[in-house]
Design a protein around this ligand. Structure first.
Ligand SMILES: NC(=O)c1ccc[n+]([C@@H]2O[C@H](COP(=O)([O-])OP(=O)(O)OC[C@H]3O[C@@H](n4cnc5c(N)ncnc54)[C@H](OP(=O)(O)O)[C@@H]3O)[C@@H](O)[C@H]2O)c1
Length: 347
């Protein structure tokens, strides 16, 4: 078994890590960290548990420690669910001696830190060797993109490989769990929609192009089509919905787009990784799907569900579709775990 720790184990994403890792066949949770407020408490006493499964027995009595490498012994991998400012300070310290699989945005756009979705750009893991050489670390940091970017980019990858994309516009309807438990006050979101999520649009625009970029001699050149995002918070607990509009250079057939989505597979599917969905993209044909409550848990929350795939009646080189992705599973904890499974398998 591989010993793993969870940094920020009491938060929204930290709890998902615990839920997913408690049943993992290769990873064993041996350390949990949080802020000084929680350090020294049993996990069950430190956490306000929000998930609809029980706190796994294996972690109930585990003592939560401060997020400091000196407090976390004998781990091979740490999964980071820390706020970005804390991650910027502590992830490099952990990376001196172990693998850090991070959800935080702090290190994502560093030129020697791989930003990876295993089905999309596993070759970017080549940056690890350069990172270790640059920084003199025995471990390293690998990051996954933010939650809305992951779902979008999984659906763009097969289209990017087959068609000439000119521009992508995306309008998101994002769940409240994406902001963490204390993120959005109920008075702000019940009976309401908030048409702004700090830094989210910039992240979607830059991370998408980075993920689809080519790597050559240790340098990633981002893809060069235009991406424009408008991000909005809605009164849904889990599951981000996105309305995607793609302008191609050439005319296309909707059937070819659907075929491209449904046959799409990546390295995790070929290797049969434990957390890999059978089909990364699942298509629904009903007019009123996908919906977050009904579709977010598709294939254990690791598949992106796409529907209303159609040609724009006004602009004949434009495609429109709706997607739903589970923000704390495929968009966060599940994404980091899949990165770690891939690294564990191929390195
Ligand atoms: N939620 C999502 O859908 C999502 C998706 C993708 C990426 N992310 C990213 O994942 C990270 C975690 O998000 P979240 O939604 O889980 O946040 P959260 O619910 O606010 O949880 C934050 C966690 O970090 C700990 N923490 C806070 N300040 C700390 C400090 N100074 N030192 C050490 N630990 C500290 C907290 O411990 P205490 O309980 O002791 O305060 C808690 O365990 C963020 O970087 C976020 O941007 C989130």
């Amino acid at each position: 078994m591989v010993n793993v720790g969870i940094l920020g184990a009491t938060g929204m994403v930290g709890q998902r890590f615990i839920q997913l890792l408690a049943e993992h066949p290769k990873f064993e949770i041996t350390a949990l960290t949080a802020s000084k407020r929680s350090a020294g408490k049993r996990y069950e006493d430190a956490v306000t548990w929000h998930l609809d499964t029980k706190i796994p027995d294996v972690v109930k009595d585990t003592l939560v420690v401060d997020t400091d490498p000196n407090e976390v012994k004998d781990v091979d991998i740490v999964f980071s669910a820390l706020p970005s400012d804390t991650a910027a300070l502590v992830e490099p310290k952990f990376a001196q001696s172990c693998i850090v699989a991070s959800n935080a945005s702090a290190m994502r756009m560093e030129p020697d830190v791989p930003l990876v979705i295993p089905e999309v750009n596993p070759e970017h893991l080549d940056l690890i060797e350069i990172q270790q050489k640059n920084r003199g670390w025995d471990g390293f940091i690998v990051t996954n993109p933010n939650c809305s970017t992951i779902a979008l980019t999984i659906t763009l990858k097969p289209l990017y490989d087959q068609f000439n994309i000119k521009r992508v516009y995306v309008s998101t309807m994002q769940a409240v769990s994406g902001a963490g438990y204390n993120g959005v006050p109920s008075m702000a979101i019940v009976d309401n929609l908030v048409p702004f999520i700090g830094e989210e649009e910039d992240k979607m625009e830059s991370e998408t192009l980075q993920l689809l970029g080519d790597i050559d001699e240790g340098v990633v050149t981002p893809a060069s089509f235009g991406v424009s995002a408008s991000c909005h918070r809605v009164s849904v607990l889990d599951g981000h919905t996105e309305a995607v509009f793609i302008e191609f250079e050439d005319k296309f057939e909707v059937d070819d787009v659907k075929k491209s989505f449904s046959k799409f597979q990546g390295l995790p599917q070929k290797l049969g990784l434990f957390s890999a969905p059978q089909k990364p993209i699942v298509i629904r044909e009903e007019d009123d799907r996908p919906q977050p409550r009904m579709d977010r848990n598709e294939d254990k929350g690791m598949a992106v569900v796409v529907g209303r795939v159609r040609k724009d009646p006004v602009f004949d080189k434009n495609l429109k579709y709706i997607l739903v992705g589970h923000n704390t599973i495929r968009g966060a904890a599940g994404a980091s775990i899949l990165n770690a499974e891939l690294i564990n398998e191929i390195m």
